[in-house]
Design a protein around this ligand. Structure first.
Ligand code: PLP
Length: 389
């Protein structure tokens, strides 16, 4: 075949993306092994039935056509209403653009703020697609680690030390995947101050905002930040809609207007009947409170099962769909630990090193299984650690 573009070949340059344990577990599960999958962030339950019914009605009602590039007007209004709640800033429909999933909102945000050769700062531990999203835009980036000892909250002075003359943006994620850390107001104020003083964009991934376990603070609400913040939102986690591919980006109306051209050349608007179901789900908050309560309860179940055993230390882990466990007292090499745990106890978790250096020596445990499975997994993890070495 002719040579692919270096841009496409460079999105995941090593061909290794840190998901080897997960893929190996998937293959073994498909081959019939009884493996507890705690390595992926997808709900174990179906989308709320009201949303499903709304979609079925929309399909039957002939909503089969092209929609509108930035999203249907009522969809944008419903998204804006959620953005107002999420960010604490009164948001209008022309300040949001609908995208197929948070991932495309992230892609759009990055495309919108960097030119090829520009530089950005990505705070780690990070969601695994972040580096590739910057590479796809031809941008350089520096990873700034939020340390385990700080509960995985980043320090503004560490970010400041990584600034270059061509830095255009900082990307953060709170509540955080993989750590579950929920950034404090002080942390966000420090980052906001940097953005204002250096005229930077802040890309704020808030797809887990309903699963934060407390008050959600969006940096968009801080003084001077609404004009330089792009918020990545999604219905995947909050509304139980991962496979529906629906999310949105919130930002200044003039930037959203520019982004309509990106939808023109990529998605050409969202799926019609999915948009109609999303409107119902957003206007009625289908599933939101139940899903948040479910993950809070599951976090307690898992932590109770692991509590106090074998030198494990739980870091961050106030929100999101995951628990981050420091395993360094048992084994410093988290990839080795994760593979050995899979072999010995048939539990699949993600090695923290897949999410940046600061999370090395940790494992990320997903809460996307029912209570009884999490209890069983905790027992297996504790048993494995007791006999380790
Ligand atoms: N951002 C974070 C932090 C995530 O964890 C995910 C998915 O797991 C996404 C964005 C993308 O979510 P989606 O494209 O399903 O909305």
């Amino acid at each position: 075949m002719p040579k692919p573009s270096s841009r496409i070949a460079g999105i995941i340059p090593s061909g290794k993306d840190g998901w080897e344990v997960h893929f190996s577990a998937m293959m073994r599960k498909q081959a019939g092994e009884d493996i507890i999958m705690l390595s992926v962030g997808d709900h174990d339950f179906d989308t709320p039935s009201e949303t499903v019914e709304a979609c079925v009605t929309a399909v039957r009602s002939g909503f089969h056509h092209y929609t509108m590039l930035p999203g249907l007007p009522r969809l944008r209004q419903a998204m804006a209403r959620l953005s107002t709640r999420c960010t604490g800033v009164e948001t209008s429909a022309d300040e949001v653009i609908a995208t197929p999933g948070g991932q495309l909102a992230l892609y759009a945000a990055v495309q919108a703020v960097v030119d090829p050769g520009d530089h950005a700062i990505v705070v780690a531990p990070y969601y695994a697609t972040y580096p590739g999203t910057f590479r796809a835009a031809g941008a350089d980036f520096t990873v700034v680690e939020a340390e385990a000892a700080d509960g995985f909250e980043p320090r503004a002075d560490a970010i400041a030390a990584a600034l270059l003359p061509n830095t255009r943006a900082i990307l953060i994620n709170t509540p955080n995947n993989p750590t579950g850390a929920v950034y404090s107001r002080k942390t966000l104020e420090g980052i906001a101050d940097l953005c204002i003083r250096n005229d930077l964009w802040l890309l704020s991934d808030e797809v887990y905002w309903t699963l934060g376990g407390g008050e959600h603070i969006s940096p968009r609400s801080l003084p001077g930040m609404a004009e330089r913040t792009l918020v990545i939102n999604s219905m995947s986690k909050s509304h139980g809609m991962t496979g529906w591919r629906i999310g949105w980006l919130t930002g200044p109306a003039s930037m959203i207007q520019l982004l309509i051209s990106l939808n023109l050349v990529t998605t050409y608007g969202l799926t019609d009947f999915v948009s109609r179901a999303a409107i119902e789900a957003l206007e009625n908050d289908y599933g939101v409170a139940d899903i948040a309560a479910l993950y809070a309860a599951r976090r307690s179940v898992l932590l109770d099962g692991i509590h106090g055993s074998n030198g494990f230390v739980v870091r961050g882990s106030a929100g999101g769909m995951y628990v981050m466990l420091d395993i360094r007292a048992i084994e410093p090499d988290c990839e080795k630990f994760a593979f050995a745990l899979l072999d010995a106890e048939k539990v699949s978790v993600m090695p923290g090193s897949s999410f940046g250096d600061a999370a090395a020596g940790h494992i990320r445990i997903s809460l996307c299984q029912p209570d009884e499975v999490l209890r069983e997994a905790a027992q297996r993890i504790v048993r494995f650690a007791s006999g380790y070495g």
